[in-house]
Design a protein around this ligand. Sequence first.
Ligand code: C5P
Length: 203
Amino acid sequence: MVVAIDGPAGAGKSSVARAVAQALGFTYLDTGAMYRSVGLAAERDGVAPGVAAERARIELGERVLLDGEDVTEAIRTPEASEAASRAAADPAVRKALVAQQRRIVADGDWVAEGRDIGTVVAPDAAVKVFLTASPEERARRRAAQIGADVATVLAEQAIRDERDANREHDPLAAAADAVELDTTGLSLEQVVERVVALVAAAR
Ligand code: C5P
């Protein structure tokens, strides 16, 4: 079974998806880490993101490995976020990564997090959640996570939101059958409880 968690940056997807996976005993798939790894590989090797996506060997788990190297922290810098966002707009990158993601979730129970899980990667997912929060709340959370200034994060976030929503290939949008959950003012526990209840109802 697949639980799809989509939504914009900072809506709380990662914390929610990890906690839901743990609560249910499912495996967590962070598809953003794959786009981030490809963005980083492209920058480092000076190649087009599409080439990096074909070449890069990405291993996801407790740590993220790119061609055997631990890049768990390196893919979270503001520069890596920007590189990931640009790589994610490249159709060749999306094609390669979506194919890998579909293979990964084909067997077993997954909580998969991203932008296009419910629409493209797993359109038959048993549960689809589209997490949102106000832009200010999202920027506050992200700034606290990475120890940055809220105004800077808000400005960079607006650029990435715009790119995610307006890119030609697989733009960020809720699936028609997704449950929209606005997390502004909700605690992590409250959000997790609601998603776990949706999974229980779908079983
Ligand atoms: O979720 P995260 O911030 O780690 O994602 C990094 C980048 O990858 C984002 O800018 C987003 O545009 C892109 N992404 C995507 N599709 C996904 C997951 C992430 O386009 N399924």
